[in-house]
Design a protein around this ligand. Structure first.
Ligand SMILES: Cc1cc2nc3c(=O)[nH]c(=O)nc-3n(C[C@H](O)[C@H](O)[C@H](O)COP(=O)(O)O)c2cc1C
Length: 114
C-alpha cells in the first residue's frame, strides 16, 4: 500500500504512473496495514505539515519513504523530507525523485517496491 501527499500534483502523477494501490494521505488516517509513504518536500528541506501530522498518529505501519523534490532548492535540501522522516521513524528512504520523475525513475521504483 502507498500513502501519498501531493500539493501541486507531482507526487500524485508519480503514484498514478506506478499503477499500485494508493491512498491520499487525507483519506488514510487510522491506516491498519503496512505502507510506503510518498511525500513532496516543503520549505527548505522540510517535511510538509500535513505529513508531520499524519505520521505523529500513523507511524506504526510505516515501512519506508519515497521523497519528491526539486534540485532548484539546493543539493542539501533536495528531497530532505525523506531523510528526515527516515531518521525520525527508523525506516529507509527508498528513493528520491525530482518532481514527478522520469520513465527511468518509475521503472526503478517499481523494482524497489517489489
Ligand atoms: C514552497 C516550496 C518549497 C519547496 N522546497 C523544497 C525543498 O526544500 N527541497 C526540495 O527538494 N524540493 C522542494 N520543493 C519542490 C517540491 O517538493 C517538488 O516540486 C515536489 O515534486 C512537489 O510535489 P507535489 O506537486 O506533489 O506537491 C518545494 C516546492 C515549493 C512550492
Amino acid at each position: 500500500m502507498i500513502v501519498y501527499a501531493s500539493r501541486t500534483g507531482n507526487v500524485q502523477s508519480l503514484v498514478d504512473s506506478l499503477g499500485l494501490e494508493a491512498k491520499n494521505i487525507s483519506e488514510a488516517d487510522g491506516i491498519g496495514e503496512d505502507y510506503i509513504l510518498f511525500t513532496y518536500t516543503d520549505g527548505a528541506g522540510d517535511i510538509p505539515y500535513e505529513v508531520d501530522d499524519f505520521l505523529a498518529k500513523n507511524s506504526s505501519h510505516l515501512k519506508g519513504v519515497v521523497a519528491s523534490g526539486d534540485y532548484a532548492y539546493g543539493d542539501d535540501n533536495f528531497c530532505a523530507s525523506g531523510d528526515k522522516i527516515a531518521e525520525m521513524y527508523g525506516v529507509p528512504c527508498l528513493y528520491k525523485v525530482e518532481n514527478s520523475g522520469t520513465d527511468e525513475d518509475i521503472a526503478k521504483l517499481l523494482d524497489i517496491l517489489k
